[in-house]
Design a protein around this ligand. Structure first.
Ligand code: SF4
Length: 376
């Protein structure tokens, strides 16, 4: 018999975890009540983002869009703008689409049926389990980064973590462990234990409420499990952008919607080397001045390299080189794939919807405008 088939073992895990969670859980704003909307928003924000980074964004987002109806009534651009700083903008669009579906199909109330919940955009098995267990106390399992680490160690599961067989086994364990009542607290307890005690490195087994039940600890394997395949090296990308100045204003272009970056504003940017995750290549090598002309219709003279930023997109590591530049002639005219091109006051840059690199560059321009040929 496997450990998680033993009802004594599963009930001991449940009891100890619920006791510990009741004492030690962090006071987080989305735990204030069982509102499925707040849970959905927090879970969408927490994808690939730390709790500390999410808390202020969550509070601000809830002030702007307090419930499904308010979010559904908003324009997509407002939602993406409110998401700025969290990255993974696809999540913002999915959340917005999910709110519209909840309003249109379910009268503004989150469905408590797993199949209906999973039919919402961006809501997979994990998210449906998290919402249904926390909001409606349905005994639905969850599996995400923290809980899968805890479960793999509890069972001393030796398979590579992302392998299909491992995921199947750990989902089975989550199903067997989730209790008939207090499922939401149990699931949150698993995640909280992974976040606070059963950390990826140096798990704190001495203070773990599950230590006596943990197979990895008994075997002394807690530092080796779960097994994680080394990540492939990121693909390096080189991009260059021009901060084009004319009469104290900066030339900006806006990507056409729909599309991953649809609606976002950019400094005229070209791809130089490596893969092209943002689709910036012209299909032939062009220098920055020629690229900016093709993107905006404005002829420019490129000056010094002022700043290089680095950012990540999926498997890519992008080095983003920003040059100062001046406009020589021509009026802004967006290239195909862009909906607008115009001159923007430096102070107004922060009102635009910008990706992470463009936002960091906009801040650098506002802090030291003279570096870019703008007066203070
Ligand atoms: S005993 Fe150690 S390895 Fe096992 S669940 Fe607790 S912290 Fe993790």
């Amino acid at each position: 018999m496997e450990r998680d088939e033993d009802p004594d073992w599963t009930s001991s895990v449940g009891r100890r975890l619920l006791d510990w969670y009741g004492r030690e859980k962090r006071d987080l704003p989305w735990r204030a009540d069982r509102d499925p909307y707040r849970i959905l928003v927090s879970e969408m924000m927490l994808v690939q983002t730390t709790v500390a980074a999410v808390v202020p964004h969550f509070k601000r987002f809830l002030r702007l869009f307090p419930d499904f109806a308010a979010l559904a009534a908003a324009e997509e651009e407002q939602v993406v703008k409110a998401w700025e700083g969290l990255g993974y903008y696809r999540r913002a669009r999915q959340l917005h689409a999910a709110a519209r579906m909840v309003v249109e199909l379910h009268g503004g109330r989150m469905p408590d049926d797993p199949a209906l919940a999973r039919a919402l955009p961006g809501v997979g098995r994990y998210l449906a389990g998290a919402i249904l267990s926390q909001a409606f106390d349905r005994p639905e399992p969850i599996l995400e980064a923290n809980s899968q680490r805890v479960l793999a160690r509890l069972l001393a599961w030796d398979g590579e973590l992302s392998a299909a067989a491992t995921q199947k086994r750990l989902w089975k364990a989550a199903e067997r462990l989730v209790p008939a009542t207090q499922a939401g607290d149990f699931n949150q307890g698993l995640m909280e234990l992974g976040a606070l005690i059963c950390a990826p490195r140096s798990p704190r087994c001495l203070v773990c409420p599950l230590a006596a039940l943990c197979e990895a600890r008994r075997l002394g394997l807690q530092d080796e499990l779960p097994r994680i395949a080394p990540r492939p090296a990121p693909l390096v990308v080189e991009e260059a952008c021009a901060v084009v100045v004319r009469r104290g204003k900066i030339l900006m272009i806006r990507r056409r919607s729909p599309g991953l970056w649809g609606g976002f504003w950019e400094f005229p940017t070209i791809h130089r080397e490596g893969a092209d995750p943002a689709g910036r290549s012209f299909g032939e090598p062009v220098d920055l001045a020629e690229g900016a002309r093709r993107l905006t219709g404005v002829r420019i003279e490129v000056g010094d390299l002022v700043k290089t930023l680095t950012y990540g997109v999926t498997r890519h590591r992008v080095r983003f080189h920003a040059y100062r530049a001046v406009a020589l002639s021509g009026d802004p005219r967006p290239a195909p794939g862009f909906s607008e091109a115009r001159w923007v006051e430096p102070e107004a840059l922060s009102e635009l919807t910008l990706g992470s690199a463009a936002r960091r560059l906009a801040s650098a321009i506002q802090v030291a405008p003279a570096d870019w040929g703008l007066s203070n």
